[in-house]
Design a protein around this ligand. Structure first.
Ligand code: CS2
Length: 442
């Protein structure tokens, strides 16, 4: 904002309660502490960029009138994959979603991010105000297209004229954002207080690495000079998204499911085990890099070697349990698209199939030592019921592959792929995750 000139500012909006974010941020002037966790040392920094923070459930009108204010030029969303209320395998809006049903009831009390976006755009249109740019910052391929499709679909359910105006006037740039930021834990808050002498209940603990790639598609070209602080402003984000989602998130999820089953608490713990380290490198070399077109000038070998260093950062305690969350929303773009491309090209997929089988075992809700797993996923109950109903690994795999919200038809119909999953699942039950990861690499 300093480098851009002008009078840019940022207002944060919290869509879900509790906790009440405004009450937390206001006494500290809306500033917060970001802590860079480098292996060679930790570095706290005060981030004073927020002008205000609003809690939507407490005051929907404050949020809607702000979003309808002509001084708002850009709305960004960081609501996680499931926040788009869509079917991950098709990208279509889930019209039965409880939030979407709420969004349709009262124009002044939306529930989902999409509801706020559509209702605020409607106010702007009716008032003759230019729209804002709608920029998703979530970890989805074609995130601009995803949010565009669901916003337009929801608008169409409200008013076809609004839908047509959005299609004509609003832009939805695609973005790729990369920085490992584990959820803040109570011990982090204590640690930051000791480090800085200041109690901040909302610090952000992050790795040093960062990458931000943005498609240059803003309403009336109005945006701050994000290039001045290292964002890459490009014509096409797709190769960057594929590289990140498949190389980083694909292995992140794979080693999280296997690592969790094997009793590993964090990514660092998992890759410190030579078996899982070799498995992760095997995935890149044999199954993922062959399915990724590198962005111009990027070496995927160097990119993945740097990723391995990032995973091996002992200062980052990124829980395998956290990454394992919401698998139904993550698997398609992180793993299944890669598998499909490998299969189409005649490449083997035994490494990624093991990861999918590990996810299936994970959502069954019991780990290798017989302990229950706290599975967090919008479809958790469905997965548990399907898994419990099957007597054998084969029954369980076939039932879970049948979930069309997650698996595209081409994979459901691919007999060899499904047989591979059955064999991997049986192996997980008989030998365990670590032995199975070892067998893949041999
Ligand atoms: C992680 C990501 O929680 C997860 O699913 O894989 O949040 C990952 O840390 C980020 O995409 C890194 O940029």
């Amino acid at each position: 904002m300093q480098k851009s000139g002008g009078d840019w500012g940022i207002v944060g909006v919290n869509l879900m309660t509790p906790p009440k974010q405004r009450e937390i941020f206001e006494p500290q002037g809306f500033a917060y502490t970001a802590v860079s966790l480098a292996p060679e040392g930790i570095e706290p920094q005060v981030i004073p960029v927020l002008n205000d923070v609003l809690d939507a459930p407490d005051d929907p009108e404050a949020v809607l009138s702000l979003m309808a204010d002509p001084k708002i030029k850009i709305v960004t969303s960081t609501v996680t994959e499931k926040g788009y209320c869509h079917f991950p395998s098709t990208g279509k809006l889930n019209r039965e979603h409880p939030f979407i049903i709420e969004d349709l009831k009262d124009p002044n009390k939306p529930k989902s991010a999409l509801g706020y976006i559509v209702r605020a755009l409607d106010r702007r249109r009716k008032a003759g105000i230019r729209p804002f740019t709608m920029m998703s910052s979530d970890n989805l391929p074609n995130n601009g297209h995803v949010v565009h499709a669901v916003v337009v679909e929801l608008a169409g359910m409200i008013d076809p004229e609004l839908q047509a105006w959005i299609e004509k006037e609003v832009t939805f740039p695609c973005t790729m954002i990369d920085r490992i930021v584990p959820a803040t834990k109570p011990e982090d808050i204590e640690r930051v207080a000791q480090l800085t002498g200041v109690y901040d209940p909302v610090p952000v603990m992050h790795e040093p690495f960062r990458q931000w790639v943005v498609e240059d598609k803003f309403v009336d070209s109005e945006r701050p000079d994000i290039g001045a602080v290292g964002a890459q402003v490009v014509e096409d984000v797709t190769p960057f998204e594929h590289m990140k989602l498949r190389c980083l998130n694909g292995t992140h999820s794979s080693i999280s499911y296997l690592g969790y089953l094997a009793g590993k608490e964090t990514i660092y713990d998992t890759v410190s085990d030579t078996v899982f380290a070799a498995y992760c490198k095997f995935l890149w070399e044999k199954e993922i890099i062959p399915a990724v077109d590198a962005p111009p000038g990027v070496s995927l070998e160097e990119y993945t070697a740097a990723l391995f260093e990032r995973y091996s950062n002992p200062s980052i305690r990124h829980l395998t349990w956290q990454i394992a969350m919401d698998g139904s929303q993550k698997l398609p773009q992180r793993i299944l698209e890669t598998v499909q491309e490998d299969l189409d090209a005649g490449r083997p997929v035994k490494g990624l199939s093991l990861a999918i089988a590990a996810w299936m075992r994970y959502v069954g809700g019991v780990d290798e030592r017989g302990n229950p797993i706290d599975v967090r996923d919008p479809l958790a109950e469905k997965f548990k019921a399907l898994s419990d109903a099957g007597a054998t690994p084969r029954d369980k795999v076939e039932a879970l592959v049948g979930v069309s919200d997650v698996f595209p038809k081409a994979l459901q119909d691919n007999k060899d792929f499904v047989e591979g999953l059955v064999a991997a699942y049986e192996g997980l039950v008989e030998k365990g995750a670590r032995a199975m990861a070892e067998a893949v690499v041999k």
